[in-house]
Design a protein around this ligand. Structure first.
Ligand SMILES: [Zn+2]
Length: 448
């Protein structure tokens, strides 16, 4: 069964070498040399080929086997990450691949490999892959405004980032992957702390903290003067907002994708009677203006500071100024004409409102979604009914709504609580409370 907008068919737990896609020799030959550069363009590359290119990064770094992690496990983990990325216009598998590849290139460019242990470098790559795991295509403010259960679970703080980190460890610890089984308790604890810190650093609400910290470093200090954790955090943050430092043809495509996602959020805000966020309003906002604003207020100031502290970045970051002046010659009509027709990924990613709504329902209705994505272990009656009803809803959206409580049983919730507790998730008691008070009465997809 394939559900629109939901994670793809699961490989986790049943994965074997046969599920790993064969590498396309021509694609690998063309793109492998670019993995070390800031000129990579993952849009338009087949998703399976991106899996092989992601694996290539781990093979080039070459630390996992020394840490006791077989390449086979890396493959299963990568399949799991890919399968858990929803089909959003921007926050999808191509984006997390891009951030991982960019971060790898930034480590090489800054010659920072020598200040990191093998474990730290491996943790940085895992964190970049997982930093947006299962992103619903809306931002933290939307989750707060819509009084989402996820916002309740995480007390409105770094909601998405905590969700990504939770999913990351759930995936690493999945019995079908067991990525970290070779680690001692101390190694595991340190690794978990590292990956969580890195993912939480991507919350843009904390951006200013990092700007202030960078200002406290001396010009020309270079990587040697930096605390390794801070170095990794600023690299991941830079990679996460790196669209504007790519060649202009690449940055144009990212711009269209991210503004598509913003505008879909705006559509949902409007449909739900909320105030429409400024950057998300397709009736009044220009895509080019949104991108210029991101460069002027976020990307350029941050990257200028970064390149002052790590001068090795100066030449590459010169692209930002070139892109900024190129944007002055553009308007939305030209951008759509040039890119909208060529970016085939975008056609697929132009997600209907219903699918985006589904994504949010999936992530918000955590217990419900848990059984959609992990129910293979359960043969319970409730799970079978859930699958049938969800499929019916997708085939025939207007036929019938159903309440979550009709298909997710208290036994299933009990199993979920045990699993979340085992995975060290905080706030489990709150989840049970909201389950009792709220989830049961919710509709699987929120209708007005
Ligand atoms: Zn991201």
């Amino acid at each position: 069964m394939v559900m629109a907008g939901a994670p793809r068919e699961k490989h986790v737990g049943v994965s074997g070498p046969n599920l790993w896609p064969a590498a396309d020799a021509a694609v690998m030959q063309r793109w492998k040399p670019k993995l070390k550069t800031l000129e990579f363009d993952p849009m338009g590359i087949d998703e399976d080929d991106l899996l092989n290119l992601a694996l290539e990064i781990f093979l080039e770094i070459g630390v996992h086997e020394g840490l006791g992690i077989e390449t086979e496990k890396i493959k299963r983990f990568l399949l799991g990450v890919r399968d858990r990325m929803l089909e959003n216009p921007f926050h999808n598998w191509a984006h997390v691949f891009d951030v991982t590849q960019t971060c790898y290139a930034l480590v090489l460019l800054s010659k920072g490999r020598e200040i990191l242990t093998d474990m730290q470098l491996f943790g940085l790559m895992i964190a970049t892959l997982c930093h947006d795991l299962e992103h619903p295509g809306v931002n933290n403010q939307f989750l707060v405004k819509s009084k989402s259960s996820l916002a309740t679970l995480y007390n409105n703080e770094s909601i998405l980032e905590k969700h990504h980190a939770f999913r990351a460890f759930e995936l690493m610890l999945h019995p079908g992957i067991d990525l970290l089984s070779a680690f001692s308790k101390d190694q595991y604890d340190a690794f978990r702390q590292l990956v969580m810190s890195l993912i939480l650093a991507t919350d843009m609400a904390r951006h200013n903290e990092y700007v202030v910290n960078l200002k406290n470093h001396a010009k020309g200090e270079g990587v040697q003067g930096l605390d390794p954790l801070f170095y990794m955090e600023i690299l991941l943050k830079c990679a996460d907002i790196s669209d504007a430092l790519k060649p202009f043809d690449v940055t144009k495509k990212w711009t269209l994708r991210i503004t598509d996602e913003f505008f879909l959020q705006g559509d949902m805000e409007r449909a739900s009677g909320m105030d429409v966020s400024c950057m998300c309003d397709r009736t009044s906002q220009s895509r080019v203006a949104v991108q210029k604003g991101m460069i002027d207020y976020i990307v350029r100031p941050f990257c200028l500071l970064l390149a002052e502290v790590i001068p090795a970045f100066q030449e590459a970051f010169g692209q930002i100024a070139l892109n900024r002046s190129s944007w002055d010659t553009y308007d939305d009509a030209v951008l759509l004409e040039e890119v909208g027709k060529k970016d085939t990924g975008l056609t697929k990613a132009r997600t209907p409102l219903r699918v985006v709504t589904w994504n949010i329902a999936a992530v918000n209705n955590n217990p419900f979604e848990y059984w959609v994505t992990h129910g293979q272990t359960s043969q319970s009656e409730g799970y079978a009914k859930l699958m049938t009803d969800v499929q019916m809803l997708i085939d025939n959206p207007e036929t019938r709504d159903f309440k979550v409580g009709e298909v997710v049983t208290d036994d299933m919730i009990q199993e979920l609580v045990v699993s979340m507790t085992e995975h060290g998730c905080s706030g489990v008691d709150k989840l049970v409370d909201v389950w009792r008070a709220e989830y049961k009465e919710r509709y699987a997809i929120g209708y007005s």
